[in-house]
Structures are given as C-alpha cells and as structure tokens.
Write a protein that binds this ligand. Structure first.
Ligand code: CA
Length: 231
C-alpha cells in the first residue's frame, strides 16, 4: 500500500510539529501549513488521504476550510478544537467533518483516530484500484468508471468524445500533444473528420471546465504545436 499523505493545518507550530512527528513515526507522509488561506489552497490542490484542521487560524478558519474542501472532495477531515462551542458548531452546521478531537489530546490518540478514519474511508470507497478511476485536479473531478465530471462540485455534461478527450489529456498531465495525435487517439483512424474536430471539442470542453476560456487554467494551447493539460 502506498504511503498515506496527511495535511495538517495548525498555526501553533509546537502542536503541529508534535502531530507531524507522531504521524511520521507511524509511517505517514505529512505536510504542514500554519496559515488558513494557504492551508485551504494546499488542501484543494494537493492529493491528501486525510486532513487535520485546527479551527482558529490566521486567514480562513477551520470551518471555512472544511466547508470549501467538502464542496469538491470527500477526503476525511479531523477537526481540532479547544472550545466546547466549536464542538456544537461542528456537529450542528453539517460541515462534513468526519470527526473532531479536543485539545489537549495525546499524540497516540490522534494517530489512532487517523488510522480509524483512513480504514473507514477505504472501506467506503472500495479498493485502491477503484480510487484510481477518479482523477482529481484542483476543482476538476473525473469519474472514469461512471463517466461523470464535476467542476467545483457541480456536475457537467459531456459528449462521449469530449469526455474521452478530456480524460486522455488529464491522464497525461503536462504532456504536449499535437492535434493529429489527439485525433488519432480519440477518433478512429478511418473516421470522417479532421484535426479541426479536435479544436472544436477543446473549445466545448473549455466552456464547461474553465472559469475564463481566454485564460485556461486546465487545457493550455501551445501555439503551433497543440495542447497540454496543465498541472
Ligand atoms: Ca489555532
């Protein structure tokens, strides 16, 4: 099994480092963020198996980070709090946090909770193999098995060829493909059409996944060559 990746967002460095040290001793790979805004960005862009969130943070607080991550990901989230009011809020708001732990806590309790949530998540999502059928890049989520696509949590409809083209590009990030290569890959050799078909499909995909089609953040045009999926 691959090493599990955990993100800790915690502004008290001594607590963050203690959590990290214990988790690393238990075989996890750990990233730390001490600021809420940076923590939110890292949580959305990174590929973590579990997120440990402090509530009081500079920038975005733990509640906001939890809510925003939940809009696009189902990564297990463990909230850390020192206040009883926070516990009521975690329970009451339907933020989607999987659990909370109150300060002060023992590091071994934290490790036990983390392990419990990871194995529960694996049971819910099925085998490692199934998880590979999901591609998640920033706000874009592609379920290859169900052939469904979400952009920032909202499902978008794609034609068969649009889906195939998007998925092919997303599976080969940062690789530049010519229009000819993409046409050969997605359409049959004998099919009627030409490389202009690729351009048309890229345009339609961009309209569904990009915030600003003039400045695409996912599918980039490499002038005179073709396209690449930016990561
Ligand atoms: Ca704090």
């Amino acid at each position: 099994m691959a090493e599990k990746k955990i993100l800790i967002v915690e502004d008290e460095i001594s607590i963050a480092e203690l959590e990290r040290d214990y988790l690393e001793l238990s075989g996890f790979s750990v990233d730390l963020e001490a600021d809420g805004d940076k923590g939110l960005r890292t949580a959305l862009e990174g590929d973590y198996d579990l997120i440990i969130l402090d509530i009081m943070l500079p920038g975005a607080d733990g509640f906001e980070i939890c809510r925003r991550v939940r809009e696009v990901k189902d990564t297990p989230i463990l909230m850390v709090t020192a206040k009883k009011e926070d516990i009521d809020k975690i329970r009451g708001l339907g933020l989607g946090a999987d659990d909370y732990i109150t300060k002060p806590f023992s590091p071994s309790e934290l490790v036990a909770r983390v392990k419990a949530h990871l194995s529960r998540y694996e049971r819910l999502t099925g085998s490692e193999k199934n998880r590979n059928d999901i591609i998640e890049i920033r706000g874009l989520k592609i379920d290859k098995t169900a052939r469904r696509v979400w952009v920032d949590g909202a499902e978008k409809q794609f034609t068969t060829k649009e889906f195939d083209l998007l998925t092919f590009l997303a599976e080969h990030p940062n690789h530049v493909f010519t229009k000819e290569e993409l046409f050969r890959e997605i359409w049959d050799m004998d099919s009627i059409g030409d490389i202009a078909t690729v351009t048309v499909h890229i345009k339609k995909i961009r309209e569904k996944i990009e915030y600003n089609t003039a400045k695409p953040q996912y599918i980039e045009t490499i002038w005179g060559v073709g396209y690449r999926f930016k990561v």
